[in-house]
Design a protein around this ligand. Structure first.
Ligand SMILES: Cc1cc2nc3c(=O)[nH]c(=O)nc-3n(C[C@H](O)[C@H](O)[C@H](O)COP(=O)(O)O)c2cc1C
Length: 493
């Protein structure tokens, strides 16, 4: 199901009792964070919050709208993201690809044919009101944490284009406010927006950029999804919402943006302008990330819906709203992973690992050192390259049950034999790496060891009860509870 607007999604949340309106005035400087953090830390992710009166701002602010498994699923128009995973799996199984690259190509074709190539329309709600002079001060842009360098736009959908191929990219990169019409553009080294920018620098050409806020919530999710460079996030969005996305052309350049967005910021990044220090900001690592040079975004035009809502989030010590977004990505793309690694059964990225720090993967082990093959494979796949620690377990382990995982880790690992270290690109936000964007990786093989793996004695069986006995005790327990709850004694049989 597609939402015509962010407001329609808000209504859906409200009808389901998943939204709390905050009618009193609250300051976007720190106060909104404190409200939102308490909500995000409450069981199951709390509720979405709509701040109706933000101090010194002209628009309401929505936060934590994706912050539970079911709100995340509703944002994608389903009751459970597994529905999407199953659909993708079906599409991919129709003509099994032989490699990851082929899988991605097939995925693009399947999405393309079935649903949504965006269509161009001449006007849309996102251009209803045009600010006479662009002025970010009317937006309730938060300063999130006490030591932050200032305010930043937390949920921007950054539209850029590859200057050589014309391919579109939509990424989410935070935007620190410099003045009423300038922000930083925090596209990190490994991200597609940064690659586009480096190419514009080589060409010495001004880079057109459009930033959208809001609209169908599926766009916000798509901007964060770890799609391979070259695959259009809007195609994913169209596939998910099952309705073609209507695009309008920007006025100051020829980038196109979804017509139903709440805000559009049009502007450019100038390659001749040297990057300057951006940050520090409290980040998804749970720590502040220190200032690093990033380019500036100059805003030439701001337009918005007449009834626009400013969407926002916060990042910080987990769990936060972004955990639910990341989990949805993993669930949806697991079938694609499995095409390359058919031994993978399941995969979990626990909230405490803030995406990149910890991955637990269960496999159907088939040969000696199979776990190590999977570790290296994952480190070689897209944004999985940032993963610091990979734990591999057998297929009978529930990777989402950390007690189960820790038990196998402790029981099955001989550290000298089963832990390997590697090196590679790291999340540039990771303060623990010795160098920016580069660090070591650890793989832990917590699977049962089999003949052919060095220094392995005979491996004992795991303790399991006889299934017949389990069934019998189930019946006995039922009898027992029936007799305990029954007011009259059972007649002897
Ligand atoms: C709330 C949130 C904030 C994010 N902020 C940034 C950011 O400031 N810079 C960045 O490079 N990635 C950031 N990301 C991650 C990217 O959006 C993500 O890696 C995305 O896949 C990048 O898209 P790209 O590969 O098209 O560049 C953020 C993700 C979320 C969920």
């Amino acid at each position: 199901m597609a939402y015509d607007s962010l407001r329609q999604f808000v209504q859906r949340l409200e009808q389901a009792g998943e939204l709390r309106r905050i009618p009193i005035e609250v300051d976007p400087i720190l106060e909104i964070t404190e409200f939102a953090d308490r909500e995000m830390k409450s069981p199951g992710g709390g509720k979405a919050l709509l701040f109706e009166k933000c101090r010194d701002a002209a628009f309401p602010l929505l936060i934590n709208a994706f912050g539970s498994h079911w709100r995340m699923a509703w944002a994608l128009g389903v009751e459970d993201v597994e529905e999407i995973a199953r659909e993708l799996e079906g599409l991919l199984k129709a003509k099994p690809p032989r490699s990851f690259r082929e899988a991605i190509a097939l995925l693009s074709t399947a999405m393309d044919l079935r649903y949504a190539k965006p269509i161009r329309v001449s006007s849309g709600p996102c251009q209803q009101v045009v600010m006479k002079a662009p002025d970010l001060r009317v937006l309730p842009i938060q300063k999130c944490w006490p030591l932050d360098a200032g305010r930043f736009i937390t949920f921007p959908l950054v539209f850029t284009r590859d200057p050589d191929t014309g391919e579109r990219n939509v990424g989410m990169y935070r935007m620190q406010v410099v003045d009423e019409r300038t922000t930083f553009m925090h596209w990190q080294l490994h991200k597609t927006g940064a690659r586009h920018w480096r190419r514009y620098c080589e060409l010495k050409r001004r880079m057109p950029v459009a930033v959208c806020l809001g609209g169908d919530p599926v766009y916000t999710f798509a901007a964060t999804a770890p799609l391979p460079d070259g695959m259009d996030e809007l195609m994913l969005a169209g596939f998910l919402r099952k309705k073609r996305i209507e695009l309008v052309r920007c006025v100051t350049h020829d980038l196109e943006v979804p017509a139903d967005c709440d805000f559009v910021l049009e502007g450019y990044v100038d390659p001749s302008e040297p990057p300057e220090p951006e940050g520090p900001f409290g980040d998804h690592t749970g720590y502040y990330t220190l200032p690093e040079p990033y380019p500036k975004f100059h805003i030439e035009r701001i337009s918005h819906r007449a009834d626009a809502i400013y969407p926002s989030t916060i990042v910080g010590i987990p769990p936060m709203e972004d955990f639910y977004m990341g989990t949805a990505s993993v669930r949806i793309f697991l079938p694609v992973f499995k095409l390359t690694f058919n031994e993978i059964v399941d995969l979990a990225l626990p909230a405490e690992g803030v995406f990149h720090n910890l991955v637990v993967v269960s496999i159907r082990k088939q040969f000696p050192y199979h776990a190590m093959k999977v570790m290296h494979g994952l480190w070689g796949m897209g944004q999985m390259m940032f993963t610091k620690i990979i734990i591999v377990v057998d297929d009978d382990v529930n990777v989402h049950n950390f007690s189960d995982v820790l038990f196998r880790l402790c029981a099955n690992v001989d550290p000298a034999r089963d832990i390997i270290f590697s090196k590679g690109p790291a999340d540039v936000l990771d303060h623990a790496t010795p160098e920016l964007g580069f660090g070591s990786k650890m793989g832990i093989d917590a699977t049962h060891k089999i003949p052919g793996e060095a220094n392995t004695r005979r491996w004992p069986p795991l303790i399991r009860m006889d299934p017949a006995v389990k069934k019998r005790v189930d019946q006995l327990l039922q009898q027992l509870s029936a007799s305990l709850s029954s007011p009259t004694p059972q007649s002897p049989r």
